[in-house]
Ligand binder design. Structure first.
Ligand code: IMP
Ligand code: MG
Length: 182
């Protein structure tokens, strides 16, 4: 197995910058006064962000229920992109305030699909929190309610995000050296 060292990765958003931003996002979320909040982490990429964001939410006095949905988007960057639920949530969203958490909002197809699904199931509201927003890649009208950082048009890894199953464990968001071309 190749040994991956942090120095092979250029840091784009440091662990401390992310932690500070997570607390700000949690305060924003708390300011919206949701009742009966159900957080849904969109797997796989959002698991680290979701884990940190829900603890930041705890720190500002929120106690959300937490669920997971495994969604895969094939060719999400193309018009033929197909979105599928590979593993669904276990509970009923009817009448609840849902907060979808994902790593990156890019074309918007994954989260448009997930938001439509929750609203079609009767969710009272369905807002969206993403760590990173690649606005220049958008192909839908979707915007997130809570955005950690605007992201340059690089393929990023770390903090839950992978390239070919690698780098999810990095505590920061970075770009593999040599890949830093928009
Ligand atoms: P979209 O908004 O449907 O185009 O899909 C966004 C999804 O694509 C994210 O949830 C990620 O799983 C994946 N993705 C997009 N850009 C990157 C990246 O730079 N690194 C890792 N995953 C990415
Ligand atoms: Mg994803």
């Amino acid at each position: 197995m190749p040994v991956v060292r942090d120095k092979d990765i250029e840091v784009l958003f440091s662990a401390s910058a992310i932690a500070r931003r997570n607390l700000e996002l949690a305060k924003d979320i708390a300011g919206h006064d949701y009742h009966d909040l159900l957080v849904i982490s969109v797997l796989k990429g959002s698991f680290v962000f979701a884990a940190d964001l829900i603890r930041a939410m705890h720190d500002v006095g929120l106690s959300p229920e937490v669920e997971f949905i495994f969604i895969s988007s094939y060719g999400a960057g193309t018009t033929s992109g197909e979105v599928k639920v590979l593993r669904d949530i276990d509970n009923d969203v009817a009448g609840r305030d849902v907060l979808l958490i994902d790593d990156i909002l890019e074309s918007g197809k994954t989260l448009t699909f997930a938001q439509d699904l929750m609203l079609s199931r009767g969710a009272k509201s369905c807002s969206i929190a993403v760590l990173l927003d690649k606005r220049m890649r958008r192909q839908t009208a979707l915007n997130a309610d809570y955005v950690g950082f605007d992201c340059p048009d690089y393929f990023v890894v770390g903090y839950g995000m992978d390239v070919a199953h690698a780098f999810r464990e990095l505590p920061f968001v970075g770009v593999v050296r040599g890949d830093a071309q928009p």
